[in-house]
Ligand binder design. Structure first.
Ligand code: PLP
Length: 374
């Protein structure tokens, strides 16, 4: 059994993907071919925002957001303590200070009261200027933007929606990657919408920000390629990845998001009495980047993971270490903000195989094997 079955997906979409890849090779328009602009149009339309600007990967997308907002040394950016490293890395990378705040124990997403407490503390200390919050749509579930927006407004913070895992999710029918002042996603192969290498995108309704993003991704270009008006990056999405993504976006819209939701429902129906299954609040819709259960303790998790492995069932721990404990950030044990939910989650979460091509038999096998071993 595969944790995320990209081979099966390729077999289903093979004819169209092969044609798309061969067309790029035949035309040799490898960089900024017409497929890139076409994909950006399709993605913006799907998400329901005015602009989509693609780039080389999801981390660059976040970095470009930091650059267009001119976030720098002396600025504080609030980041959930339970997320992938990138969400905090990009803050340090531009010289600003990431302030890690705890997450909700049910949704895994940023906890708004912990956020507000941290904003107040940082403001009272007076050393850093609060500038933005990175709201991660973890495991496919959009962050609680309904609660988050008034807090951001109250303290004058920009919201950067890190939708690397959230693409395809919704709140009350509105799509993920439309909630932040800027939103980003990643097309890393294992993400909800993945390409065949690295890729990423930014989303915004703001014309000026979109123009800045387009400049930054090509060495800060001005009116033309050899007119450079600011320091930028080399961060374009390859034409071949755009061509593949257009094919995959069609399948994603037509049936893949629905299929992972059916799979999640089936897991939950079998497992909800024996473990803590993922919570999707009323009005929210997940794209199930991960299906993540919570166990009683680390020992139980280790025992279960090896029992599943013996039966050929892969499982993963996302994430084993809180951000504030990552050596790279230099905070360590005496970190000043309480992140007890994150610490507990790091010891107890376990993600099960999840993808649109998972069969009912696969789900039953995973869920029943888990039940027997508990
Ligand atoms: C994967 C991921 C990223 C980074 O995306 P890349 O394309 O790998 O650079 C950023 N944030 C989160 C939450 C992610 O899961």
């Amino acid at each position: 059994m595969q944790f995320r079955d990209l081979k099966q997906q390729y077999q289903v979409l093979k004819k169209e993907i092969d044609e798309a890849m061969i067309k790029v090779a035949t035309d040799c328009n490898f960089i900024i071919g017409e497929q890139v602009a076409q994909l950006e149009k399709e993605l913006a339309e799907y998400v329901g925002v005015k602009h989509c600007v693609t780039c080389a990967n999801g981390t660059d997308a976040l970095s470009i957001a930091m650059m267009v907002w001119d976030i720098k040394e002396g600025d504080a950016v609030f980041v959930p303590d339970f997320t992938f490293f990138s969400s905090g890395e990009i803050v340090s990378h531009c010289g600003a200070t990431p302030v890690f705040v705890d997450v909700d124990k049910d949704t895994f997403n940023i906890d708004c009261s912990s956020l507000e407490e941290a904003i107040k503390k940082v403001t009272a200390e007076g050393k850093l200027t609060p500038k933005a919050v990175v709201a991660v749509d973890l495991f496919g579930l959009p962050a609680d933007f309904i609660k988050l927006r008034p807090i951001a407004d109250k303290y004058g913070l920009l919201i950067l929606e890190d939708g690397a895992q959230g693409f395809g999710g919704e709140i009350n029918g509105k799509k993920a990657c439309s909630f932040g002042d800027i939103a980003t996603t990643s097309f890393f192969p294992a993400k909800p919408l993945g390409c065949y290498g690295d890729g990423g995108a930014l989303f915004t309704d703001d014309d000026e920000l979109a123009a800045l993003m387009e400049s930054i991704r090509v060495h800060g270009k001005g009116t033309m390629k050899y007119d450079n008006v600011r320091i930028g990056l080399n961060s374009r999405l390859d034409t071949i990845q755009a061509a593949i993504l257009s094919v995959k976006l069609k399948a994603f819209k037509e049936y893949e998001v629905e299929a992972v939701n059916k799979a999640a429902e089936k897991y939950t129906a079998i497992l909800q009495d024996v473990v803590k299954t993922p919570v999707v609040p009323e009005g929210f819709y997940s794209s199930w980047a991960q299906y993540t259960i919570q166990l009683s303790d680390m020992k139980t998790r280790e025992r279960l993971q090896s029992a599943l492995k013996e039966q050929g069932i892969p499982s993963m721990v996302y994430y084993p270490k809180p951000m504030h404990m990552q050596k790279a950030f230099g905070y360590g044990e005496d970190y000043k903000f309480e992140c007890s939910n994150t610490v507990k989650l790091c010891n107890t979460v376990l993600s099960l195989p999840m993808h649109p091509y998972l069969t009912d038999e696969d789900i039953e096998k995973v869920a029943h094997s888990l039940k027997i071993c508990l």
